[in-house]
Design a protein around this ligand. Structure first.
Ligand SMILES: [Zn+2]
Length: 532
Protein backbone atom coordinates (compact mmCIF):
# COMPACT_ATOMS: atom_id res chain seq x y z
CA UNK A 1 0.00 0.00 0.00
CA UNK A 2 1.30 3.38 -1.03
CA UNK A 3 0.15 6.77 0.24
CA UNK A 4 0.91 10.13 -1.32
CA UNK A 5 0.87 13.21 0.91
CA UNK A 6 0.62 16.50 -0.98
CA UNK A 7 -0.08 20.23 -0.56
CA UNK A 8 2.13 20.52 2.54
CA UNK A 9 5.16 22.48 3.72
CA UNK A 10 7.64 19.67 4.05
CA UNK A 11 11.05 20.06 5.69
CA UNK A 12 12.89 17.05 4.34
CA UNK A 13 16.15 17.94 6.05
CA UNK A 14 17.24 19.76 2.86
CA UNK A 15 16.35 23.15 1.43
CA UNK A 16 14.00 24.55 0.10
CA UNK A 17 10.82 23.07 1.59
CA UNK A 18 9.09 20.39 -0.49
CA UNK A 19 5.31 20.12 -0.78
CA UNK A 20 4.80 16.37 -1.09
CA UNK A 21 6.15 12.94 -0.30
CA UNK A 22 5.14 9.33 -0.86
CA UNK A 23 5.25 6.39 1.53
CA UNK A 24 5.27 2.71 0.52
CA UNK A 25 5.14 0.18 3.34
CA UNK A 26 7.28 1.55 6.14
CA UNK A 27 9.54 3.73 3.97
CA UNK A 28 9.51 7.00 2.10
CA UNK A 29 9.87 6.47 -1.64
CA UNK A 30 9.76 10.10 -2.77
CA UNK A 31 9.96 13.70 -1.58
CA UNK A 32 9.46 16.70 -3.84
CA UNK A 33 6.64 18.46 -5.70
CA UNK A 34 2.90 17.69 -5.78
CA UNK A 35 2.63 16.72 -9.45
CA UNK A 36 5.46 14.22 -9.35
CA UNK A 37 4.21 12.74 -6.08
CA UNK A 38 0.62 12.38 -7.29
CA UNK A 39 1.86 10.69 -10.45
CA UNK A 40 3.17 7.90 -8.20
CA UNK A 41 -0.31 7.14 -6.85
CA UNK A 42 -2.00 4.15 -8.49
CA UNK A 43 -5.81 3.89 -8.40
CA UNK A 44 -5.75 1.75 -5.25
CA UNK A 45 -3.31 4.03 -3.37
CA UNK A 46 -4.13 6.62 -0.73
CA UNK A 47 -3.93 10.39 -1.26
CA UNK A 48 -3.72 12.74 1.72
CA UNK A 49 -4.17 16.49 1.29
CA UNK A 50 -1.98 18.07 3.99
CA UNK A 51 -3.94 21.33 3.71
CA UNK A 52 -0.79 23.44 3.80
CA UNK A 53 0.42 21.94 7.07
CA UNK A 54 4.06 21.64 8.06
CA UNK A 55 5.68 18.21 8.11
CA UNK A 56 9.17 17.13 9.16
CA UNK A 57 10.88 13.92 10.18
CA UNK A 58 9.70 12.54 13.54
CA UNK A 59 11.55 13.92 16.53
CA UNK A 60 14.38 11.97 18.12
CA UNK A 61 14.79 12.52 21.87
CA UNK A 62 18.45 11.60 22.14
CA UNK A 63 18.69 11.20 25.90
CA UNK A 64 15.85 10.32 28.24
CA UNK A 65 14.44 7.56 30.45
CA UNK A 66 11.32 5.93 28.98
CA UNK A 67 10.68 3.59 31.90
CA UNK A 68 11.19 6.24 34.59
CA UNK A 69 8.81 8.48 32.70
CA UNK A 70 6.15 5.76 32.72
CA UNK A 71 6.71 5.48 36.45
CA UNK A 72 6.53 9.25 36.94
CA UNK A 73 3.20 9.33 35.07
CA UNK A 74 1.73 7.01 37.69
CA UNK A 75 2.90 8.98 40.69
CA UNK A 76 0.83 11.55 42.55
CA UNK A 77 1.83 14.97 41.18
CA UNK A 78 2.55 16.72 44.46
CA UNK A 79 4.33 19.54 42.60
CA UNK A 80 0.90 20.70 41.44
CA UNK A 81 -0.40 20.79 45.03
CA UNK A 82 2.40 22.29 47.04
CA UNK A 83 0.80 25.71 47.71
CA UNK A 84 0.00 24.55 51.24
CA UNK A 85 0.52 21.44 53.34
CA UNK A 86 -3.25 21.12 53.65
CA UNK A 87 -3.72 21.14 49.85
CA UNK A 88 -0.94 18.56 49.54
CA UNK A 89 -2.54 16.17 52.03
CA UNK A 90 -6.07 16.70 50.65
CA UNK A 91 -4.95 16.02 47.08
CA UNK A 92 -2.88 12.98 48.05
CA UNK A 93 -5.78 11.55 50.06
CA UNK A 94 -8.03 11.89 47.00
CA UNK A 95 -5.35 10.18 44.87
CA UNK A 96 -5.16 7.36 47.46
CA UNK A 97 -8.83 6.57 46.97
CA UNK A 98 -7.84 4.63 43.81
CA UNK A 99 -5.53 2.39 45.82
CA UNK A 100 -1.75 1.92 45.63
CA UNK A 101 -0.04 3.16 42.47
CA UNK A 102 3.38 1.56 42.83
CA UNK A 103 4.13 -1.99 43.99
CA UNK A 104 1.58 -1.85 46.81
CA UNK A 105 2.59 1.67 47.86
CA UNK A 106 1.18 5.15 47.37
CA UNK A 107 3.98 7.26 45.93
CA UNK A 108 4.01 10.93 45.04
CA UNK A 109 6.68 13.43 44.16
CA UNK A 110 7.26 17.16 44.00
CA UNK A 111 6.44 18.87 47.32
CA UNK A 112 8.44 21.91 48.38
CA UNK A 113 7.85 23.34 51.88
CA UNK A 114 9.27 26.71 50.77
CA UNK A 115 6.06 27.13 48.78
CA UNK A 116 3.64 26.19 51.62
CA UNK A 117 1.47 29.11 52.73
CA UNK A 118 0.25 27.48 55.97
CA UNK A 119 3.50 26.28 57.52
CA UNK A 120 7.25 26.39 56.98
CA UNK A 121 7.95 22.86 58.13
CA UNK A 122 8.36 19.74 56.02
CA UNK A 123 5.60 17.13 56.09
CA UNK A 124 6.07 14.27 58.58
CA UNK A 125 4.70 10.76 59.14
CA UNK A 126 1.56 12.04 60.87
CA UNK A 127 0.63 14.27 57.91
CA UNK A 128 0.92 11.26 55.62
CA UNK A 129 -1.11 9.11 58.03
CA UNK A 130 -3.96 11.43 56.96
CA UNK A 131 -3.38 10.20 53.38
CA UNK A 132 -3.61 6.52 54.34
CA UNK A 133 -3.26 4.35 57.40
CA UNK A 134 -3.97 1.22 55.38
CA UNK A 135 -1.18 1.45 52.79
CA UNK A 136 2.45 2.59 52.97
CA UNK A 137 2.86 6.14 51.61
CA UNK A 138 5.99 7.90 50.32
CA UNK A 139 6.21 11.56 49.27
CA UNK A 140 9.47 12.61 47.62
CA UNK A 141 10.54 16.25 47.77
CA UNK A 142 10.87 18.11 44.42
CA UNK A 143 14.69 17.84 44.57
CA UNK A 144 14.74 14.09 45.20
CA UNK A 145 17.06 14.50 48.21
CA UNK A 146 14.39 13.99 50.89
CA UNK A 147 11.31 11.79 51.17
CA UNK A 148 8.64 11.40 53.83
CA UNK A 149 6.84 8.16 54.67
CA UNK A 150 3.78 7.41 56.82
CA UNK A 151 3.54 5.20 59.92
CA UNK A 152 2.49 2.14 57.91
CA UNK A 153 5.66 2.47 55.82
CA UNK A 154 7.83 2.89 58.92
CA UNK A 155 6.32 -0.32 60.26
CA UNK A 156 6.77 -2.23 56.98
CA UNK A 157 10.36 -1.08 56.52
CA UNK A 158 11.12 -1.82 60.17
CA UNK A 159 12.61 1.66 60.61
CA UNK A 160 13.86 2.91 63.93
CA UNK A 161 15.76 6.10 64.70
CA UNK A 162 18.96 4.04 64.99
CA UNK A 163 18.46 1.87 61.87
CA UNK A 164 21.73 1.63 60.00
CA UNK A 165 21.64 3.46 56.65
CA UNK A 166 24.12 3.39 53.78
CA UNK A 167 26.49 6.24 52.87
CA UNK A 168 25.33 9.74 53.67
CA UNK A 169 21.75 8.71 54.54
CA UNK A 170 19.90 10.09 57.55
CA UNK A 171 16.69 8.95 59.22
CA UNK A 172 14.90 11.94 60.76
CA UNK A 173 13.77 11.47 64.36
CA UNK A 174 11.80 13.21 67.06
CA UNK A 175 11.73 12.02 70.68
CA UNK A 176 13.72 8.95 69.68
CA UNK A 177 11.15 7.85 67.08
CA UNK A 178 11.45 8.19 63.26
CA UNK A 179 9.54 11.30 62.18
CA UNK A 180 9.05 9.82 58.70
CA UNK A 181 11.68 11.98 56.98
CA UNK A 182 14.43 10.19 55.08
CA UNK A 183 17.38 12.07 53.65
CA UNK A 184 19.82 11.30 50.84
CA UNK A 185 20.77 7.60 50.63
CA UNK A 186 18.23 6.66 53.30
CA UNK A 187 15.58 7.22 50.60
CA UNK A 188 16.86 4.04 48.95
CA UNK A 189 15.44 2.08 51.89
CA UNK A 190 11.98 2.81 50.47
CA UNK A 191 12.63 1.37 47.01
CA UNK A 192 14.58 -1.57 48.44
CA UNK A 193 11.70 -2.34 50.79
CA UNK A 194 9.10 -2.52 48.02
CA UNK A 195 8.23 -5.80 46.33
CA UNK A 196 10.30 -6.53 43.18
CA UNK A 197 9.03 -4.81 40.05
CA UNK A 198 7.48 -7.28 37.60
CA UNK A 199 7.69 -7.48 33.80
CA UNK A 200 3.99 -6.70 33.32
CA UNK A 201 4.50 -3.58 35.41
CA UNK A 202 7.44 -2.58 33.25
CA UNK A 203 5.37 -3.10 30.11
CA UNK A 204 2.58 -0.93 31.50
CA UNK A 205 5.02 1.86 32.26
CA UNK A 206 6.50 1.71 28.76
CA UNK A 207 3.01 1.74 27.22
CA UNK A 208 2.04 4.84 29.20
CA UNK A 209 5.26 6.63 28.31
CA UNK A 210 4.90 5.69 24.62
CA UNK A 211 1.45 7.26 24.41
CA UNK A 212 2.82 10.59 25.66
CA UNK A 213 5.85 10.38 23.40
CA UNK A 214 3.72 9.77 20.32
CA UNK A 215 1.51 12.73 21.28
CA UNK A 216 4.66 14.88 21.31
CA UNK A 217 5.68 13.87 17.78
CA UNK A 218 8.64 11.82 18.98
CA UNK A 219 9.27 8.70 16.89
CA UNK A 220 12.70 7.73 18.21
CA UNK A 221 14.24 7.92 21.64
CA UNK A 222 17.57 7.02 23.19
CA UNK A 223 16.61 5.72 26.55
CA UNK A 224 18.52 4.87 29.73
CA UNK A 225 16.41 2.17 31.41
CA UNK A 226 18.74 -0.26 33.14
CA UNK A 227 18.02 1.07 36.64
CA UNK A 228 15.57 -1.83 36.25
CA UNK A 229 17.33 -5.18 35.56
CA UNK A 230 18.25 -5.26 31.87
CA UNK A 231 16.90 -8.75 31.18
CA UNK A 232 13.43 -7.73 32.26
CA UNK A 233 13.61 -4.44 30.35
CA UNK A 234 14.75 -6.11 27.12
CA UNK A 235 12.08 -8.80 27.40
CA UNK A 236 9.41 -6.17 28.02
CA UNK A 237 10.46 -4.26 24.91
CA UNK A 238 10.55 -7.46 22.82
CA UNK A 239 7.06 -8.45 23.90
CA UNK A 240 5.64 -4.99 23.28
CA UNK A 241 7.19 -4.96 19.81
CA UNK A 242 5.73 -8.40 19.01
CA UNK A 243 2.29 -7.13 20.06
CA UNK A 244 2.68 -3.95 17.97
CA UNK A 245 2.43 -1.81 21.09
CA UNK A 246 5.75 0.02 21.02
CA UNK A 247 5.10 3.28 19.15
CA UNK A 248 8.54 4.83 19.66
CA UNK A 249 11.80 3.35 18.39
CA UNK A 250 14.26 2.80 21.22
CA UNK A 251 18.03 2.94 21.13
CA UNK A 252 19.05 1.72 24.57
CA UNK A 253 21.73 3.72 26.40
CA UNK A 254 23.05 0.83 28.43
CA UNK A 255 23.75 2.01 31.96
CA UNK A 256 26.53 0.04 33.68
CA UNK A 257 28.88 1.32 36.36
CA UNK A 258 31.50 -1.43 36.19
CA UNK A 259 33.30 -3.42 33.53
CA UNK A 260 32.18 -6.81 34.87
CA UNK A 261 28.46 -6.07 34.48
CA UNK A 262 29.05 -4.55 31.07
CA UNK A 263 30.96 -7.61 29.83
CA UNK A 264 28.33 -9.95 31.19
CA UNK A 265 25.67 -7.94 29.34
CA UNK A 266 27.56 -7.97 26.05
CA UNK A 267 28.41 -11.65 26.47
CA UNK A 268 24.74 -12.52 26.91
CA UNK A 269 24.03 -11.67 23.25
CA UNK A 270 23.98 -7.87 23.47
CA UNK A 271 26.85 -6.83 21.23
CA UNK A 272 26.69 -3.13 20.27
CA UNK A 273 24.05 -2.52 17.58
CA UNK A 274 22.21 -5.80 18.26
CA UNK A 275 18.49 -5.45 17.58
CA UNK A 276 16.24 -4.07 14.91
CA UNK A 277 14.60 -0.79 13.88
CA UNK A 278 12.38 -0.82 16.99
CA UNK A 279 14.86 -1.70 19.73
CA UNK A 280 18.61 -1.68 19.53
CA UNK A 281 21.55 -1.94 21.91
CA UNK A 282 23.13 1.53 21.94
CA UNK A 283 26.09 3.02 23.78
CA UNK A 284 27.37 2.46 27.29
CA UNK A 285 25.78 5.06 29.57
CA UNK A 286 27.37 6.25 32.80
CA UNK A 287 26.38 9.09 35.10
CA UNK A 288 29.68 10.67 36.12
CA UNK A 289 28.51 13.62 38.25
CA UNK A 290 25.42 15.33 39.66
CA UNK A 291 23.42 18.38 38.58
CA UNK A 292 23.87 22.14 38.52
CA UNK A 293 20.54 22.82 40.29
CA UNK A 294 21.61 20.84 43.36
CA UNK A 295 25.28 21.96 43.13
CA UNK A 296 26.43 18.37 42.72
CA UNK A 297 27.91 18.80 39.22
CA UNK A 298 31.67 18.25 39.66
CA UNK A 299 33.52 21.54 39.09
CA UNK A 300 37.18 22.50 38.72
CA UNK A 301 36.64 25.29 41.27
CA UNK A 302 34.19 25.98 44.11
CA UNK A 303 30.66 27.08 43.26
CA UNK A 304 30.42 30.87 42.99
CA UNK A 305 27.33 30.86 45.22
CA UNK A 306 28.58 28.18 47.65
CA UNK A 307 32.37 28.17 48.05
CA UNK A 308 32.14 25.19 50.41
CA UNK A 309 31.60 22.73 47.54
CA UNK A 310 32.91 21.72 44.11
CA UNK A 311 30.20 19.11 43.62
CA UNK A 312 30.55 15.34 43.48
CA UNK A 313 32.45 13.03 41.15
CA UNK A 314 30.63 9.70 40.97
CA UNK A 315 33.63 7.78 39.56
CA UNK A 316 37.38 7.99 39.96
CA UNK A 317 39.57 8.51 36.89
CA UNK A 318 40.63 4.86 37.17
CA UNK A 319 37.07 3.55 37.06
CA UNK A 320 36.14 5.74 34.10
CA UNK A 321 39.31 4.60 32.28
CA UNK A 322 38.47 0.98 32.92
CA UNK A 323 34.77 0.95 32.02
CA UNK A 324 34.99 3.35 29.06
CA UNK A 325 38.07 1.46 27.83
CA UNK A 326 36.22 -1.83 28.13
CA UNK A 327 33.29 -0.55 26.04
CA UNK A 328 35.51 1.10 23.43
CA UNK A 329 37.62 -2.02 22.98
CA UNK A 330 34.47 -4.05 22.28
CA UNK A 331 33.29 -1.66 19.57
CA UNK A 332 30.75 -0.02 21.81
CA UNK A 333 30.36 3.74 21.94
CA UNK A 334 29.84 5.62 25.17
CA UNK A 335 27.39 8.33 26.21
CA UNK A 336 28.58 9.77 29.52
CA UNK A 337 26.62 12.20 31.68
CA UNK A 338 28.94 15.13 32.46
CA UNK A 339 27.65 18.51 33.65
CA UNK A 340 30.58 20.05 35.54
CA UNK A 341 33.90 20.87 33.83
CA UNK A 342 36.02 18.77 36.23
CA UNK A 343 33.85 15.78 35.42
CA UNK A 344 34.23 16.47 31.71
CA UNK A 345 38.03 16.49 32.08
CA UNK A 346 37.92 12.99 33.51
CA UNK A 347 35.58 11.67 30.83
CA UNK A 348 37.67 13.16 28.01
CA UNK A 349 40.84 11.73 29.59
CA UNK A 350 39.25 8.29 29.59
CA UNK A 351 38.01 8.57 26.00
CA UNK A 352 41.37 9.83 24.79
CA UNK A 353 43.23 6.98 26.49
CA UNK A 354 40.82 4.39 25.10
CA UNK A 355 41.19 5.75 21.56
CA UNK A 356 44.97 5.86 21.80
CA UNK A 357 45.14 2.29 23.06
CA UNK A 358 42.67 0.84 20.54
CA UNK A 359 42.30 3.06 17.47
CA UNK A 360 38.86 2.60 15.89
CA UNK A 361 37.60 3.94 12.60
CA UNK A 362 34.14 5.26 13.41
CA UNK A 363 33.90 6.28 17.05
CA UNK A 364 30.88 8.26 18.08
CA UNK A 365 31.56 8.68 21.76
CA UNK A 366 29.34 11.26 23.35
CA UNK A 367 28.87 13.62 26.28
CA UNK A 368 25.37 13.73 27.72
CA UNK A 369 24.40 17.26 28.93
CA UNK A 370 27.77 18.95 28.31
CA UNK A 371 26.84 22.09 30.23
CA UNK A 372 29.73 23.71 32.11
CA UNK A 373 32.69 23.84 29.75
CA UNK A 374 35.94 25.76 29.39
CA UNK A 375 37.26 26.97 26.04
CA UNK A 376 40.12 24.43 26.09
CA UNK A 377 37.55 21.67 26.57
CA UNK A 378 35.51 22.78 23.55
CA UNK A 379 38.65 22.45 21.46
CA UNK A 380 39.55 19.12 23.00
CA UNK A 381 36.07 17.73 22.27
CA UNK A 382 36.43 18.88 18.67
CA UNK A 383 39.78 17.05 18.38
CA UNK A 384 38.19 13.90 19.79
CA UNK A 385 35.16 14.35 17.50
CA UNK A 386 32.73 13.86 20.37
CA UNK A 387 29.01 13.63 19.88
CA UNK A 388 27.06 16.10 22.04
CA UNK A 389 23.77 14.99 23.58
CA UNK A 390 22.37 18.42 24.52
CA UNK A 391 19.07 19.32 26.20
CA UNK A 392 18.38 22.87 25.06
CA UNK A 393 15.18 22.92 27.12
CA UNK A 394 17.40 23.06 30.24
CA UNK A 395 18.01 26.71 29.30
CA UNK A 396 14.46 27.42 30.46
CA UNK A 397 15.66 27.17 34.08
CA UNK A 398 19.45 27.13 33.90
CA UNK A 399 19.74 30.38 31.95
CA UNK A 400 18.52 32.06 35.15
CA UNK A 401 20.97 30.41 37.57
CA UNK A 402 24.11 29.52 35.63
CA UNK A 403 26.04 32.74 36.19
CA UNK A 404 25.27 32.80 39.92
CA UNK A 405 26.38 29.17 40.22
CA UNK A 406 29.60 29.17 38.20
CA UNK A 407 30.64 32.82 37.74
CA UNK A 408 32.58 33.59 34.57
CA UNK A 409 32.73 29.92 33.56
CA UNK A 410 29.24 30.78 32.28
CA UNK A 411 30.89 32.64 29.37
CA UNK A 412 32.00 29.38 27.73
CA UNK A 413 29.23 27.03 28.94
CA UNK A 414 26.14 25.63 27.18
CA UNK A 415 28.19 26.44 24.07
CA UNK A 416 26.56 23.98 21.75
CA UNK A 417 26.52 26.30 18.73
CA UNK A 418 30.27 26.82 19.06
CA UNK A 419 30.70 23.03 19.14
CA UNK A 420 28.47 22.71 16.08
CA UNK A 421 30.56 25.34 14.29
CA UNK A 422 33.66 23.29 15.18
CA UNK A 423 32.09 20.42 13.20
CA UNK A 424 30.58 18.37 16.02
CA UNK A 425 27.11 16.84 15.83
CA UNK A 426 24.79 18.18 18.53
CA UNK A 427 21.62 16.17 19.08
CA UNK A 428 18.78 17.33 21.28
CA UNK A 429 16.53 15.82 23.92
CA UNK A 430 14.77 16.30 27.21
CA UNK A 431 16.25 13.90 29.79
CA UNK A 432 12.56 13.11 30.44
CA UNK A 433 11.21 12.76 33.14
CA UNK A 434 13.49 15.63 34.17
CA UNK A 435 11.66 17.65 31.50
CA UNK A 436 8.45 16.91 29.58
CA UNK A 437 9.04 15.00 26.32
CA UNK A 438 7.93 18.06 24.35
CA UNK A 439 10.36 18.71 21.49
CA UNK A 440 8.97 22.12 20.58
CA UNK A 441 9.90 23.50 24.00
CA UNK A 442 13.50 22.49 23.41
CA UNK A 443 13.39 23.92 19.90
CA UNK A 444 12.20 27.27 21.26
CA UNK A 445 14.95 27.41 23.91
CA UNK A 446 17.58 26.45 21.32
CA UNK A 447 16.53 29.42 19.21
CA UNK A 448 15.88 31.99 21.98
CA UNK A 449 18.49 30.90 24.60
CA UNK A 450 15.99 32.25 27.15
CA UNK A 451 13.32 30.96 29.55
CA UNK A 452 10.15 29.75 27.82
CA UNK A 453 8.21 32.54 29.48
CA UNK A 454 10.59 35.10 28.00
CA UNK A 455 13.42 37.11 29.54
CA UNK A 456 17.06 37.81 28.95
CA UNK A 457 18.83 35.49 26.53
CA UNK A 458 21.93 33.75 27.89
CA UNK A 459 24.88 33.84 25.44
CA UNK A 460 22.66 34.79 22.46
CA UNK A 461 25.60 34.09 20.15
CA UNK A 462 25.03 30.39 20.92
CA UNK A 463 21.47 30.47 19.51
CA UNK A 464 20.55 27.87 16.89
CA UNK A 465 18.68 28.80 13.74
CA UNK A 466 15.26 27.15 13.42
CA UNK A 467 16.77 24.77 10.90
CA UNK A 468 19.64 23.82 13.21
CA UNK A 469 17.15 23.30 16.03
CA UNK A 470 15.01 20.97 13.87
CA UNK A 471 18.12 19.10 12.70
CA UNK A 472 19.27 18.68 16.31
CA UNK A 473 15.95 16.99 17.02
CA UNK A 474 15.93 14.78 13.91
CA UNK A 475 18.99 13.96 11.79
CA UNK A 476 21.58 14.67 14.50
CA UNK A 477 19.88 12.21 16.84
CA UNK A 478 19.89 9.58 14.11
CA UNK A 479 23.62 10.01 13.68
CA UNK A 480 24.24 9.31 17.38
CA UNK A 481 22.81 5.82 16.88
CA UNK A 482 24.47 5.23 13.47
CA UNK A 483 21.04 5.42 11.79
CA UNK A 484 21.51 8.58 9.72
CA UNK A 485 20.83 6.57 6.56
CA UNK A 486 17.61 5.11 7.98
CA UNK A 487 15.87 8.00 9.68
CA UNK A 488 15.91 11.68 10.58
CA UNK A 489 15.10 12.98 7.08
CA UNK A 490 12.27 12.64 4.59
CA UNK A 491 13.95 10.97 1.62
CA UNK A 492 13.62 7.78 -0.42
CA UNK A 493 14.76 4.71 1.52
CA UNK A 494 14.33 6.28 4.95
CA UNK A 495 11.86 4.95 7.50
CA UNK A 496 8.54 6.81 7.13
CA UNK A 497 8.62 8.46 10.55
CA UNK A 498 7.17 11.95 10.44
CA UNK A 499 5.21 14.54 12.34
CA UNK A 500 2.48 16.92 11.13
CA UNK A 501 2.51 20.22 13.03
CA UNK A 502 -0.19 22.86 13.47
CA UNK A 503 2.23 25.66 12.51
CA UNK A 504 5.33 26.22 10.39
CA UNK A 505 8.36 26.80 12.68
CA UNK A 506 10.08 28.75 9.89
CA UNK A 507 7.45 31.48 10.03
CA UNK A 508 6.56 31.39 13.72
CA UNK A 509 8.02 34.02 16.09
CA UNK A 510 10.80 32.39 18.13
CA UNK A 511 9.08 32.96 21.46
CA UNK A 512 5.96 31.13 20.21
CA UNK A 513 7.63 27.98 18.85
CA UNK A 514 6.77 25.92 21.94
CA UNK A 515 3.07 26.59 21.36
CA UNK A 516 2.98 24.91 17.93
CA UNK A 517 0.73 21.88 18.41
CA UNK A 518 1.52 18.37 17.18
CA UNK A 519 -1.35 17.24 14.91
CA UNK A 520 -0.27 13.77 13.84
CA UNK A 521 2.60 11.37 14.38
CA UNK A 522 3.48 8.60 11.93
CA UNK A 523 5.86 5.74 12.61
CA UNK A 524 6.99 3.51 9.75
CA UNK A 525 4.07 4.64 7.60
CA UNK A 526 1.51 3.97 10.35
CA UNK A 527 -0.30 6.78 12.14
CA UNK A 528 0.32 6.38 15.88
CA UNK A 529 -1.16 9.66 17.06
CA UNK A 530 -3.82 12.11 15.84
CA UNK A 531 -4.84 15.20 17.81
CA UNK A 532 -8.54 15.03 16.98
ZN1 LIG B 1 19.33 11.22 32.15
Amino acid sequence: MRTVFFNGRVYTGGWPLASAFAVDGDEFIFAGGDAEALALARPEDGRVDLGGRFVCAGFNDSHMHLLSYGLALRRAKLNEHTGSLKDLVDYFRGFAANGPNERGWLVGRGWNQDLFSDTRRMPNRFDLDEVSREYPVAAVRCCGHCAVVNSKAIELLGLAADTKVPGNGVIGAENGEPDGRLYEEAIGLIWAGMPQVGKEDVKDMIRAACRRYSACGVTSCQSDDYATPWRMVNEAYRELIAAGELTVRVNEQCNFGDAGSLMEFIGAGNAPGTGDNMFRVGPLKMVADGSLGSRTAFMSRPYADDPSTRGVAVYSQETLDEVIGCAHERGMNVAIHAIGDACLDRVLNAVEKAMAKHPRADCRHGIVHCQITRRDQLERMARLNMHIYAQTVFLDYDSRIVRARVGDLADTSYSWKTLMNMGLTVSNGTDCPVELPDALRGIQCAVTRAPLSGGEPYLPGEAFTVREALDSYTSAGARASFEENRKGRIAPGMLADFVVLGGNPFDTPAEELSRIPVRETWLGGRRVYAAD
